[in-house]
Design a binder for this molecule. Structure first.
Ligand code: FEO
Length: 179
């Protein structure tokens, strides 16, 4: 059974994960607007992953006897000055999220909640991957700068990314159907 404090902290983090999804969708449409469909597709996959992060956390709250509560989602930024600026934003955002996950782990430890601590390890590991991939895309965007042909090559390359559900997790069935 989750403590009230743990329950609330998980709900708040789920809201931040949903905001992340919304932010990357906003970036995806920004890239569509400047005709960079590969970058747009990469961002859409990223938005899908953040939706998985959201639902996985809310499902855990429900399964652990807590109550998943939806909160208002902040409106993300709408536009960026360049692909490099947008990818820098991804890099900054992912580092901020890593800090939030570590703080959440701190709540699990202070609440002596071993089950939630184990559950959150998945997010800790996921953030290592998210930081690596944001490093990689920022480096590509930086290297391309304003060089149109290099930007187009990076756009084609990032457009190859495909969405995959994490093992054992699907978005659409509800919890009862998964049992
Ligand atoms: Fe779910 Fe990219 O943090």
């Amino acid at each position: 059974m989750l403590s009230e404090k743990m329950n609330e902290a998980l709900n708040v983090q789920a809201n931040r994960e949903l905001y992340s999804s919304y932010l990357y969708l906003s970036m995806s449409y920004y890239f569509e607007s400047i005709k960079m469909s590969g970058f747009a597709s990469w961002m859409r996959v990223q938005a899908g992953e953040e939706l998985v992060h959201t639902l996985k956390m809310l499902d855990y709250v429900a399964e652990a006897g807590g109550r998943a509560r939806m909160m208002a989602v902040e409106a993300p930024r709408f536009s960026w000055d360049s692909p490099e600026q947008a990818f820098q934003h991804v890099w900054d955002h992912e580092r901020m999220v890593t800090g939030l996950i570590h703080a959440l782990m701190g709540v699990a430890i202070s609440e002596k909640d071993g089950a939630t601590k184990n559950f959150l390890q998945w997010y800790v590991d996921e953030q290592v991957e998210e930081e690596e991939s944001s490093d990689a895309v920022l480096s590509k965007a930086r290297a391309a700068g304003n060089d149109v042909s290099r930007l187009q090559a990076a756009d084609r390359e990032l457009g190859q990314r495909r969405f995959k559900f994490p093992r054992g997790f699907e978005i659409f069935p509800n919890l009862a159907m998964l049992k």
